[in-house]
Design a protein around this ligand. Structure first.
Ligand code: OOG
Ligand code: NI
Length: 464
């Protein structure tokens, strides 16, 4: 008899839990943030029953407490190719392409995450995964050296690779294999205090770009943050200093609104961690800053039209007020942001009517009763007006390139604003990945359409 496979959702949940435990011991402030976020979320749900009902209705309520995103930075095409296969074991696929070179960070990235609504509601774990663009290192000698160092490292354990292959061949893993896979996969994300290079090489890599030193000097792509989702980012930001954590000056993304859109994020600065260099005659110690903490608040996913408006408004704010290194002008920035974003409607009804955001439709109990008593109008607008069809916001599951650049810059130090002449290279990224990245807008549109179809069917209006 063939052995039963466990679901990819279960493997993802086991992995998220193991990763969270590991990061808690590695970076204690992360544990503190988790506690603070849990407190704030519980208080939000208690004082806002409407929010609680809405989250319960969309299936999101359950996932809030386990919801995390993390980030890693890879060094080679092979590493990216294998990480795609590793994440597939946990039901995660590459969604979206982010070019960070425009912001002076020599990487391009994607987000690995589950795609289906049910899987997202079990555990929407996402990993912002960046690939170093070695071609952006100008110094040819240094580029060659970095390439050679990266080519020699193995970031996956042989057993993890064997279990990935087993998953691919058999179409799944058994419970025992899944447990083993989680432990083996975790090794790739672990922090190593011993650099693989000597102090002099580290310094040259670091001088080229801090991020290059972070990717090239270590045994593996340590997870550099894990981010819990809060229902009130302003409250958590305000209370971080109480717990001895200093957040960055401004929250990235849209302003605070009644109807949350996209993604708001804030982080605390990377820790200075002790490291030991290798290849030295006596012990040579140094320090490295890479790992930090972050919180996020998620809102409705915007359509292409809504996103264009968002991008335009944000660009206009950033053109007007530039926040300085020590957080100067943060107040003016926040004010300008709130002011300019008044141009984006702040009610679910308007966001929907103007086709600015994605919604999940459902038949209401009143609609189902009415349908049993006679045919209903087939126009969704008429059904909504009569209270037969309801809609709720579809949460944004992805990232924002301008915000990600701000997060990178804050944990790399703001002194390193350089721009690269070579731009976006999505084809090279997808060739390394061994797959095309999914289009996030198409995924949201499909979910919206599927929900409307199901609702119409429940109202006896299928195929109209
Ligand atoms: C990733 C930074 C981007 C986010 O949430 O936008 C990010 C990194 O520093 O590797 O985590
Ligand atoms: Ni992040």
């Amino acid at each position: 008899m063939p052995q039963a496979f466990v679901s990819t959702d279960r493997i993802r949940s086991l992995f998220t839990e193991a990763m969270s435990q590991m990061y808690r011991t590695e970076v204690p402030q992360y544990g503190t943030l988790i506690e603070l976020v849990a407190e704030v979320n519980a208080a939000c749900l208690e004082k806002d029953p409407e929010l609680r009902d809405r989250l319960a209705g969309t299936g999101e309520l359950e996932r809030i407490d386990v919801e995390r995103h993390g980030a890693i930075r890879l060094g080679t095409a092979e590493e990216l190719f294998t990480i795609r296969r590793l994440f597939a074991v946990m039901g995660m696929q590459a969604v979206g392409y982010y070019d960070l070179s425009v912001a002076g960070v020599p990487v391009h990235s994607t987000c690995f995450r589950p795609i289906g609504e049910a899987a997202l509601n079990v555990n929407p774990f996402r990993v912002f995964t960046s690939l170093l663009r070695l071609e952006l290192i100008e110094d040819e000698g240094l580029r060659g050296e970095a390439q050679a160092i990266l080519a020699a490292r193995r970031i996956y354990t042989p057993r993890a690779v064997a279990l990935i292959e087993r998953h691919e061949q058999n179409g799944g893993l058994t419970e025992a294999e899944a447990t083993e896979f989680v432990a083996e996969a975790l090794e790739t994300f672990r922090w190593h205090g011993e650099a693989t290079v000597n102090a002099e090489t580290y310094k040259r890599l670091h001088d080229a770009h801090r991020l290059i030193a972070d990717v090239v000097s270590f045994k593996g792509p340590h997870i550099n943050h894990l981010t819990p989702r809060t229902l009130d980012i302003d409250a958590v930001q305000a209370r971080m200093p109480e717990r001895g954590i200093t957040p960055k000056a401004v929250i990235e993304g849209p302003p605070r609104r009644h109807c949350d859109i996209l993604l708001r994020q804030t982080s605390f600065k990377a820790l200075e961690e002790a490291i030991v260099f290798s290849g030295e005659e006596s012990t040579v110690r140094g320090s490295h800053t890479a790992r930090f903490g972050e919180i996020e608040q998620r809102g409705v996913a915007l359509t292409a039209k809504g996103r264009a408006l968002y991008d335009r408004l944000l660009a206009s704010v950033r053109g007007e007020v530039q926040v300085g290194a020590g957080g100067t002008k943060a107040g003016a920035y926040d004010q300008e942001l709130a002011e300019r974003f008044k141009a984006l409607p702040d009610s679910w009804e308007e966001l929907r009517r103007q086709d600015l955001a994605f919604f999940r439709y459902s038949a209401t109990p009143a609609g189902i009763t009415a349908a049993a008593n006679g045919a209903l109008p087939s126009d969704p607008e008429a059904l909504i007006a009569r209270g037969y069809l309801a809609f709720a916001p579809v949460v944004y599951e992805d990232f924002l390139p301008v915000s990600a650049a701000g997060i990178f810059q804050s944990n790399l130090g703001t002194d390193q604003q350089q721009n690269y002449a070579t731009r976006s290279n999505r084809d090279a990224f997808e060739a390394a990945l061994g797959a095309t990245v999914k289009d996030e807008l198409a995924l949201y549109a499909e979910r919206q359409a599927a929900s409307l179809d199901a609702a119409m069917e429940a109202l006896g209006l299928a195929g109209l």
